[in-house]
Design a protein around this ligand. Sequence first.
Ligand SMILES: [Zn+2]
Ligand SMILES: [Zn+2]
Length: 352
Amino acid sequence: MTQEFCIVCGAPPPVYEGRMCEHCLRSRTELSLIPDRLQQSRCSKCKLHQVGKGWSDVGQLEIAEQRVRENLVILQDAEDVDVSLSVEPIDDRTTRIHIHVSANYQRLPFEDTHETLLQTSDVVCQTCSRKDGSYFEAEFQIRSTGRRLDSRELASIRATLDEMILDSADDPMFFVTNEGPVQGGWDLQLGSKSMARMWSRKLINRFGGTSKETSTVIGVKDGAEVTRLTLSYRKPAFSIGDVMRHREENWVVVGWQKDGPILGSMKGNKRTGRTWRDMQKSSVICSVSDQIAVQILDKDGSAADVMIPDEWKLTTVALPFDYDGEDRLTIGQIDHTWTAIPYTSSRVEKNE
Ligand SMILES: [Zn+2]
Ligand SMILES: [Zn+2]
Protein backbone atom coordinates (compact mmCIF):
# COMPACT_ATOMS: atom_id res chain seq x y z
CA MET A 1 0.00 0.00 0.00
CA THR A 2 1.52 3.31 -1.12
CA GLN A 3 1.71 6.12 1.35
CA GLU A 4 0.19 9.11 -0.43
CA PHE A 5 0.90 12.68 0.47
CA CYS A 6 -1.37 15.67 -0.11
CA ILE A 7 -0.77 16.91 -3.65
CA VAL A 8 -1.46 20.48 -2.57
CA CYS A 9 0.53 20.99 0.62
CA GLY A 10 2.47 17.74 0.90
CA ALA A 11 0.94 16.83 4.24
CA PRO A 12 1.27 13.18 5.34
CA PRO A 13 -1.67 10.67 5.04
CA PRO A 14 -4.52 10.22 5.30
CA VAL A 15 -5.50 11.81 2.01
CA TYR A 16 -9.01 11.98 0.55
CA GLU A 17 -10.73 12.58 -2.80
CA GLY A 18 -8.38 14.32 -5.22
CA ARG A 19 -5.44 13.20 -3.09
CA MET A 20 -5.81 16.09 -0.67
CA CYS A 21 -5.41 16.20 3.07
CA GLU A 22 -8.48 17.08 5.18
CA HIS A 23 -7.50 20.73 5.48
CA CYS A 24 -7.01 21.20 1.73
CA LEU A 25 -10.18 19.19 0.94
CA ARG A 26 -12.25 21.40 3.26
CA SER A 27 -10.86 24.62 1.86
CA ARG A 28 -11.73 23.53 -1.68
CA THR A 29 -15.15 22.01 -1.01
CA GLU A 30 -18.49 23.81 -0.89
CA LEU A 31 -21.12 21.58 0.69
CA SER A 32 -24.01 23.66 -0.59
CA LEU A 33 -24.85 26.79 -2.55
CA ILE A 34 -27.87 29.07 -2.80
CA PRO A 35 -28.25 32.50 -4.48
CA ASP A 36 -28.26 35.55 -2.19
CA ARG A 37 -31.69 36.55 -3.46
CA LEU A 38 -34.67 34.42 -4.45
CA GLN A 39 -37.71 35.69 -6.32
CA GLN A 40 -41.23 34.42 -6.02
CA SER A 41 -44.69 35.40 -7.27
CA ARG A 42 -47.76 35.85 -5.15
CA CYS A 43 -51.28 36.68 -6.30
CA SER A 44 -52.12 40.14 -5.01
CA LYS A 45 -55.80 39.27 -4.74
CA CYS A 46 -56.06 35.81 -3.18
CA LYS A 47 -52.50 35.80 -1.70
CA LEU A 48 -51.69 32.33 -3.04
CA HIS A 49 -48.06 31.63 -4.00
CA GLN A 50 -47.08 30.32 -7.37
CA VAL A 51 -45.45 26.90 -7.03
CA GLY A 52 -44.54 25.21 -10.30
CA LYS A 53 -47.56 25.49 -12.54
CA GLY A 54 -50.02 25.77 -9.69
CA TRP A 55 -50.95 28.05 -6.82
CA SER A 56 -50.46 27.08 -3.25
CA ASP A 57 -52.00 28.29 -0.02
CA VAL A 58 -49.19 27.76 2.49
CA GLY A 59 -47.67 29.68 5.37
CA GLN A 60 -44.44 31.65 5.46
CA LEU A 61 -42.28 28.81 6.74
CA GLU A 62 -43.61 26.27 4.26
CA ILE A 63 -43.15 28.58 1.31
CA ALA A 64 -39.58 29.31 2.47
CA GLU A 65 -38.91 25.55 2.66
CA GLN A 66 -40.34 25.19 -0.82
CA ARG A 67 -38.07 27.93 -2.24
CA VAL A 68 -35.01 26.48 -0.52
CA ARG A 69 -35.82 23.05 -1.97
CA GLU A 70 -36.06 24.62 -5.42
CA ASN A 71 -32.79 26.59 -5.17
CA LEU A 72 -30.38 24.93 -2.77
CA VAL A 73 -27.67 22.95 -4.57
CA ILE A 74 -25.91 20.30 -2.48
CA LEU A 75 -22.63 18.57 -3.24
CA GLN A 76 -23.52 15.48 -5.22
CA ASP A 77 -21.74 12.82 -3.18
CA ALA A 78 -22.75 14.22 0.21
CA GLU A 79 -24.47 11.71 2.48
CA ASP A 80 -26.83 12.03 5.46
CA VAL A 81 -27.79 15.53 4.35
CA ASP A 82 -29.77 17.57 6.85
CA VAL A 83 -31.19 21.00 6.02
CA SER A 84 -32.82 23.21 8.63
CA LEU A 85 -34.01 26.76 8.26
CA SER A 86 -35.69 29.65 10.00
CA VAL A 87 -37.43 32.69 8.54
CA GLU A 88 -37.13 36.31 9.55
CA PRO A 89 -39.81 38.55 8.02
CA ILE A 90 -38.48 41.95 6.94
CA ASP A 91 -41.58 43.42 5.36
CA ASP A 92 -44.66 42.24 3.50
CA ARG A 93 -42.62 41.32 0.44
CA THR A 94 -39.27 40.31 1.87
CA THR A 95 -38.19 37.47 4.13
CA ARG A 96 -34.68 36.59 5.19
CA ILE A 97 -34.13 32.84 5.32
CA HIS A 98 -31.38 31.37 7.50
CA ILE A 99 -30.25 27.96 6.33
CA HIS A 100 -28.05 25.39 8.00
CA VAL A 101 -26.83 22.36 6.06
CA SER A 102 -24.91 19.41 7.50
CA ALA A 103 -23.79 16.24 5.78
CA ASN A 104 -21.02 13.67 5.53
CA TYR A 105 -18.61 13.86 2.63
CA GLN A 106 -15.68 11.46 2.23
CA ARG A 107 -16.74 10.21 5.69
CA LEU A 108 -15.90 13.63 7.14
CA PRO A 109 -18.63 15.77 8.74
CA PHE A 110 -19.27 19.01 6.81
CA GLU A 111 -21.62 21.88 7.50
CA ASP A 112 -22.36 25.33 6.20
CA THR A 113 -24.83 28.15 6.69
CA HIS A 114 -26.46 30.62 4.30
CA GLU A 115 -28.65 33.65 4.38
CA THR A 116 -30.84 34.45 1.45
CA LEU A 117 -33.48 37.12 0.83
CA LEU A 118 -36.79 35.86 -0.49
CA GLN A 119 -38.43 38.67 -2.46
CA THR A 120 -42.07 38.54 -3.45
CA SER A 121 -43.59 40.19 -6.49
CA ASP A 122 -47.29 40.76 -7.10
CA VAL A 123 -49.06 39.00 -9.93
CA VAL A 124 -52.68 38.04 -10.53
CA CYS A 125 -53.36 34.32 -10.69
CA GLN A 126 -55.47 32.75 -13.42
CA THR A 127 -58.47 32.20 -11.17
CA CYS A 128 -58.52 35.81 -9.97
CA SER A 129 -58.09 37.18 -13.46
CA ARG A 130 -60.96 34.98 -14.59
CA LYS A 131 -63.17 36.17 -11.76
CA ASP A 132 -62.32 39.76 -12.65
CA GLY A 133 -62.87 39.20 -16.33
CA SER A 134 -66.37 37.77 -15.78
CA TYR A 135 -65.13 34.34 -16.86
CA PHE A 136 -67.64 31.55 -16.56
CA GLU A 137 -68.06 28.07 -17.99
CA ALA A 138 -71.61 27.33 -16.98
CA GLU A 139 -74.91 29.11 -16.84
CA PHE A 140 -77.14 27.71 -14.11
CA GLN A 141 -80.89 28.28 -14.14
CA ILE A 142 -83.12 27.57 -11.18
CA ARG A 143 -86.78 27.19 -11.97
CA SER A 144 -89.79 25.36 -10.70
CA THR A 145 -92.43 23.32 -12.37
CA GLY A 146 -95.48 25.39 -13.17
CA ARG A 147 -95.02 28.12 -10.58
CA ARG A 148 -92.69 30.81 -9.27
CA LEU A 149 -90.14 30.00 -6.61
CA ASP A 150 -90.63 32.12 -3.53
CA SER A 151 -87.76 33.92 -1.84
CA ARG A 152 -87.61 31.46 1.05
CA GLU A 153 -87.19 28.53 -1.33
CA LEU A 154 -84.59 30.40 -3.36
CA ALA A 155 -82.65 31.21 -0.20
CA SER A 156 -82.56 27.57 0.90
CA ILE A 157 -81.51 26.46 -2.59
CA ARG A 158 -78.82 29.15 -2.79
CA ALA A 159 -77.47 28.23 0.67
CA THR A 160 -76.57 24.76 -0.59
CA LEU A 161 -74.20 26.38 -3.12
CA ASP A 162 -72.34 28.27 -0.40
CA GLU A 163 -71.97 25.00 1.51
CA MET A 164 -70.62 23.29 -1.56
CA ILE A 165 -68.10 26.07 -2.31
CA LEU A 166 -66.85 25.91 1.29
CA ASP A 167 -66.47 22.13 1.06
CA SER A 168 -64.54 22.46 -2.20
CA ALA A 169 -62.26 25.30 -1.13
CA ASP A 170 -59.28 23.73 -2.89
CA ASP A 171 -60.91 23.87 -6.31
CA PRO A 172 -60.08 27.39 -7.56
CA MET A 173 -62.73 27.21 -10.29
CA PHE A 174 -65.61 26.95 -7.81
CA PHE A 175 -66.77 30.55 -7.91
CA VAL A 176 -69.85 32.54 -8.88
CA THR A 177 -69.21 35.24 -11.48
CA ASN A 178 -72.66 36.74 -11.56
CA GLU A 179 -76.20 35.98 -10.40
CA GLY A 180 -79.61 37.49 -10.04
CA PRO A 181 -83.37 37.06 -10.22
CA VAL A 182 -85.14 36.33 -13.49
CA GLN A 183 -88.78 35.70 -14.30
CA GLY A 184 -89.86 32.77 -12.12
CA GLY A 185 -86.43 31.91 -10.76
CA TRP A 186 -82.75 32.70 -10.38
CA ASP A 187 -79.80 32.58 -12.81
CA LEU A 188 -76.12 32.18 -12.00
CA GLN A 189 -72.86 32.13 -13.93
CA LEU A 190 -70.48 29.58 -12.46
CA GLY A 191 -66.70 29.20 -12.81
CA SER A 192 -66.69 25.59 -13.94
CA LYS A 193 -68.87 22.95 -15.53
CA SER A 194 -68.04 20.40 -12.86
CA MET A 195 -69.25 22.88 -10.25
CA ALA A 196 -72.59 23.22 -12.08
CA ARG A 197 -73.01 19.46 -12.40
CA MET A 198 -72.10 18.82 -8.78
CA TRP A 199 -74.60 21.41 -7.57
CA SER A 200 -77.37 20.04 -9.73
CA ARG A 201 -76.82 16.52 -8.29
CA LYS A 202 -76.96 17.96 -4.77
CA LEU A 203 -80.19 19.85 -5.48
CA ILE A 204 -81.87 16.78 -6.96
CA ASN A 205 -80.87 14.69 -3.93
CA ARG A 206 -82.19 17.24 -1.53
CA PHE A 207 -85.17 18.90 -3.20
CA GLY A 208 -86.06 16.39 -5.91
CA GLY A 209 -86.67 17.61 -9.43
CA THR A 210 -84.92 17.29 -12.76
CA SER A 211 -82.09 18.92 -14.63
CA LYS A 212 -81.34 19.44 -18.28
CA GLU A 213 -78.00 20.20 -19.87
CA THR A 214 -77.28 21.94 -23.12
CA SER A 215 -73.90 22.80 -24.52
CA THR A 216 -73.09 25.77 -26.76
CA VAL A 217 -69.90 26.24 -28.75
CA ILE A 218 -68.54 29.68 -27.97
CA GLY A 219 -65.20 29.52 -29.77
CA VAL A 220 -62.14 27.52 -30.67
CA LYS A 221 -58.93 27.41 -28.68
CA ASP A 222 -55.80 25.45 -29.66
CA GLY A 223 -57.83 23.57 -32.24
CA ALA A 224 -60.49 22.42 -29.76
CA GLU A 225 -64.01 23.72 -29.45
CA VAL A 226 -64.67 25.77 -26.35
CA THR A 227 -68.15 25.14 -25.04
CA ARG A 228 -70.35 26.68 -22.43
CA LEU A 229 -72.78 24.55 -20.46
CA THR A 230 -76.31 25.62 -19.66
CA LEU A 231 -77.80 23.64 -16.83
CA SER A 232 -81.42 24.10 -16.01
CA TYR A 233 -82.61 22.74 -12.68
CA ARG A 234 -86.34 22.40 -12.07
CA LYS A 235 -87.54 22.08 -8.55
CA PRO A 236 -90.77 20.12 -8.30
CA ALA A 237 -93.94 21.91 -7.26
CA PHE A 238 -93.78 20.12 -3.91
CA SER A 239 -91.27 19.42 -1.16
CA ILE A 240 -90.53 16.66 1.32
CA GLY A 241 -93.19 16.84 4.03
CA ASP A 242 -95.90 18.31 1.81
CA VAL A 243 -99.26 16.53 1.97
CA MET A 244 -100.57 15.87 -1.53
CA ARG A 245 -103.87 14.89 -3.01
CA HIS A 246 -102.98 12.14 -5.46
CA ARG A 247 -105.54 9.83 -7.10
CA GLU A 248 -108.16 10.80 -4.55
CA GLU A 249 -106.02 9.89 -1.57
CA ASN A 250 -103.78 11.91 0.72
CA TRP A 251 -100.06 11.20 0.73
CA VAL A 252 -96.97 12.73 2.31
CA VAL A 253 -93.89 13.31 0.16
CA VAL A 254 -91.24 11.32 2.06
CA GLY A 255 -88.28 11.21 -0.34
CA TRP A 256 -87.01 11.20 -3.89
CA GLN A 257 -86.27 8.44 -6.33
CA LYS A 258 -84.63 8.80 -9.73
CA ASP A 259 -87.64 10.03 -11.66
CA GLY A 260 -90.11 11.26 -9.09
CA PRO A 261 -91.16 11.38 -5.47
CA ILE A 262 -91.66 8.62 -2.93
CA LEU A 263 -95.07 9.00 -1.31
CA GLY A 264 -96.11 7.71 2.09
CA SER A 265 -99.75 6.94 2.77
CA MET A 266 -101.45 9.05 5.45
CA LYS A 267 -103.35 5.99 6.64
CA GLY A 268 -100.66 3.43 7.25
CA ASN A 269 -97.08 2.47 6.60
CA LYS A 270 -97.20 2.21 2.84
CA ARG A 271 -94.65 3.87 0.57
CA THR A 272 -94.82 4.06 -3.16
CA GLY A 273 -92.75 5.61 -5.92
CA ARG A 274 -94.32 7.89 -8.51
CA THR A 275 -92.91 9.54 -11.62
CA TRP A 276 -93.00 13.30 -12.26
CA ARG A 277 -95.54 12.54 -14.93
CA ASP A 278 -97.77 10.62 -12.48
CA MET A 279 -97.81 13.71 -10.27
CA GLN A 280 -98.93 16.17 -12.91
CA LYS A 281 -102.55 16.15 -11.79
CA SER A 282 -101.77 16.09 -8.09
CA SER A 283 -101.79 19.11 -5.85
CA VAL A 284 -100.34 20.16 -2.52
CA ILE A 285 -103.12 20.36 0.06
CA CYS A 286 -100.94 21.12 3.07
CA SER A 287 -97.48 22.50 2.45
CA VAL A 288 -94.72 21.60 4.91
CA SER A 289 -94.18 25.30 5.53
CA ASP A 290 -97.74 25.58 6.87
CA GLN A 291 -97.33 22.69 9.29
CA ILE A 292 -96.57 23.38 12.95
CA ALA A 293 -95.16 21.40 15.85
CA VAL A 294 -97.37 21.41 18.94
CA GLN A 295 -97.19 20.04 22.45
CA ILE A 296 -99.47 17.15 23.41
CA LEU A 297 -101.52 18.20 26.48
CA ASP A 298 -103.46 15.00 26.95
CA LYS A 299 -103.91 11.77 25.03
CA ASP A 300 -105.47 8.35 24.93
CA GLY A 301 -104.75 5.38 22.67
CA SER A 302 -105.93 7.01 19.49
CA ALA A 303 -106.21 10.76 19.93
CA ALA A 304 -104.42 13.71 21.51
CA ASP A 305 -105.45 17.15 22.76
CA VAL A 306 -103.24 19.92 21.48
CA MET A 307 -103.27 23.69 21.70
CA ILE A 308 -103.25 25.59 18.42
CA PRO A 309 -100.78 28.46 18.80
CA ASP A 310 -102.12 31.95 18.00
CA GLU A 311 -105.70 30.70 18.23
CA TRP A 312 -105.48 29.54 21.88
CA LYS A 313 -107.88 26.82 21.00
CA LEU A 314 -107.82 23.27 22.24
CA THR A 315 -108.27 20.69 19.49
CA THR A 316 -108.36 16.92 19.44
CA VAL A 317 -106.49 15.23 16.61
CA ALA A 318 -106.15 11.56 15.76
CA LEU A 319 -102.63 10.26 16.48
CA PRO A 320 -100.67 9.53 13.28
CA PHE A 321 -100.26 5.83 12.49
CA ASP A 322 -96.50 6.04 13.23
CA TYR A 323 -96.93 7.77 16.60
CA ASP A 324 -94.08 6.65 18.81
CA GLY A 325 -94.79 8.20 22.21
CA GLU A 326 -93.22 11.62 21.54
CA ASP A 327 -94.62 14.57 23.50
CA ARG A 328 -95.00 16.66 20.35
CA LEU A 329 -96.92 16.27 17.12
CA THR A 330 -96.70 17.97 13.74
CA ILE A 331 -100.09 19.14 12.60
CA GLY A 332 -101.48 20.88 9.55
CA GLN A 333 -104.84 21.92 8.20
CA ILE A 334 -106.29 19.50 5.69
CA ASP A 335 -109.71 20.44 4.36
CA HIS A 336 -110.03 23.00 7.19
CA THR A 337 -109.41 20.36 9.84
CA TRP A 338 -106.29 20.20 11.99
CA THR A 339 -104.69 16.83 11.31
CA ALA A 340 -101.56 15.12 12.65
CA ILE A 341 -99.01 14.49 9.90
CA PRO A 342 -97.09 11.18 9.88
CA TYR A 343 -93.49 10.56 8.66
CA THR A 344 -92.18 13.58 10.55
CA SER A 345 -89.34 11.91 12.46
CA SER A 346 -87.55 10.87 9.27
CA ARG A 347 -87.60 14.32 7.69
CA VAL A 348 -86.38 16.51 10.55
CA GLU A 349 -82.90 16.68 9.07
CA LYS A 350 -83.98 17.23 5.50
CA ASN A 351 -86.00 20.36 5.92
CA GLU A 352 -83.90 22.33 8.36
ZN1 LIG B 1 -2.99 19.53 2.02
ZN1 LIG C 1 -55.54 34.87 -7.02
